[in-house]
Design a protein around this ligand. Structure first.
Ligand SMILES: [Fe+2]
Length: 476
């Protein structure tokens, strides 16, 4: 079968599918020096396209997963990328074409893949229970080899996960290996069931709380504090009957409310505190923490639909709107179910991160992608979360950045003291670079800039894993 991608923006220019697996031993240094104190591997995942879409076009987030790894040690960096060879990838490789139709709409798939998971394994990579796991929110984790990225298999914690999927946005604690995670639409597409899990570093489930969402919502990310798990529900809703008629997996309901559930860790569904606000979208979380009977959530907030490619039930495509890093405050003493919201910075931004060791605690600095310009360029931002002060590093005209990754300055460094790893897209030169910044002073520009002879088409999220942990094969 001819492999011809449609002539649409989703598959042109920088977004042209790359479909290449790479090995680069000893990445070429353009400027500066790689800090000798960095010892570990940065894993990331993103969408590529194995074959042209079965139905002529598809949304950007539906590409098959490509896993990437940068191993950094003794001032040198190696890079490797590999397709995530899960069930979907393998059945399509055998057929030589795409077999899955619209994003997550099983009713549009080729009949030959009935019962085969459509999970793309393209969203995030974590290291838990001694396993490197690639994640996509509509599937169980897929384990790959930590050194080669070769496939190992789907992982359900030895049958202990009863949900049909696990989120791509768990909170993982590098110091003790605890994983706080969840599944939404947890009993199948369109179900209102959701479950919160707290899993230790040996894969034992310490806490499992099932409850019902107000509607069959998207729940892309969540946040945790020592006492609470914070779940946002927003009116991108799945309707099975509409799916049977060929609709998109989610439909936007501007007449519905945003609903936030604060689930008490160690509690039950009866202990949940509910909060409500006007329709909007809460996408990625920076962090959450508790203070004087309140829970604060710093997150990227859209005043409308963050995914304009999901129309209303009437088929109307509403216009996209920017995300602003915002603080949502839930006052547990207030009984009217309302919450407060204010912007932390006044320019749009997305893909927020902190030093992962701060999850659930108040922290000083957060990092995100900001200031997208008409030429396609963007900058890395460092936000003082108390004052709203924003510092930026922009790699230049026609250069954009991926989600930044905080790395401790050295093993055992104080929280917040470290480096920032950033993949840079040189849009005209058609290749990428790896930039290493001092997280305390990103405006100074990279302490090291390394050339990549290939383009990293897109990555969503990733994790840095300490080298000693990987070498000694400790659980993490
Ligand atoms: Fe995400």
């Amino acid at each position: 079968m001819d492999v011809i991608f449609p002539d649409i923006p989703a598959y042109k220019g920088w977004m042209k599918p790359l479909r290449v697996e790479s090995n680069v031993e000893g990445m070429e240094l353009i400027a500066g020096r790689v800090p000798e104190s960095i010892d570990g591997t940065w894993y990331r995942a993103g969408p590529d396209r194995q074959y042209p879409p079965m139905l002529g076009s598809d949304i950007f987030i539906d590409g098959e997963g490509m896993a990437h790894m940068f191993r950094i040690r003794d001032g040198a960096v190696t890079y490797r990328s590999r397709w995530v060879r899960n069930d979907r990838f393998n059945v399509q490789a055998q057929a030589g074409r795409s077999l899955f139709g619209l994003y997550r709409n099983r009713f549009t798939d080729d009949p030959s893949v009935k019962g085969v998971s459509g999970g793309t394994a393209n969203t995030n990579v974590i290291f838990h229970n001694g396993r490197l796991l690639v994640l996509k929110e509509d599937d169980l984790p897929f384990e790959v080899d930590r050194d080669t990225l070769d496939p190992i298999g789907r992982y359900d914690y030895d049958g202990k996960i009863r949900a049909t999927s696990l989120t791509a946005h768990p909170k993982w604690y590098p110091d003790d290996g605890r994983l706080l995670t969840y599944s939404y639409q947890a009993k199948g597409d369109g179900s209102r069931d959701i479950v919160f899990y707290d899993i230790d570093d040996e894969g034992n489930i310490l806490d499992e709380i099932w409850f019902e969402m107000p509607y069959a919502s998207i729940v892309h990310d969540f946040a945790v504090t020592p006492n609470w798990a914070v779940f946002p529900f927003m009116p991108l809703i799945t309707d099975i009957e509409a799916l049977k008629r060929g609709s998109t997996f989610y439909q936007w309901h501007p007449d519905e409310q945003v609903v936030v559930a604060l689930v008490r860790r160690g509690g039950t569904a009866a202990d949940i505190r509910w909060f409500r606000g006007p329709a909007g979208t809460i996408s990625h979380m920076m962090n959450a923490w508790e203070e004087d009977g309140k829970v604060h959530l710093d997150a990227c907030y859209y005043d409308g639909n963050c995914f304009p490619f999901f129309p209303t039930p009437q088929g109307e495509h509403v216009e996209g709107c920017p995300a602003f890093l915002s603080r949502l405050t839930f006052d547990l003493a207030r009984n009217d179910e309302s919450f407060d919201r204010r912007r932390i910075i006044d320019i749009p931004g997305e893909m927020p991160r902190t030093d992962d060791r701060f999850q659930g605690e108040n922290c000083r600095n957060g990092f995100l992608i900001v200031d997208r310009a008409p030429d396609g360029s963007s900058a890395v931002g460092c936000v003082d979360l108390a004052s709203g002060d924003l510092r930026m590093w922009r790699p230049g005209a026609r250069a954009s950045v991926h989600e930044p990754q905080f790395v401790p300055r050295h093993a055992g460094a104080a929280k917040g003291d470290g480096w920032l790893l950033v993949i840079v897209n040189r849009l005209d030169a058609n290749h990428s670079e790896l930039a290493i910044l001092d997280a305390q002073d990103i405006e100074a520009g990279p302490v090291a800039l390394l050339h990549m002879p290939v383009r990293v088409r897109s990555t969503f999220h990733g994790t840095f894993v300490d080298g000693e942990k990987l070498r000694t094969r400790q659980p993490g």
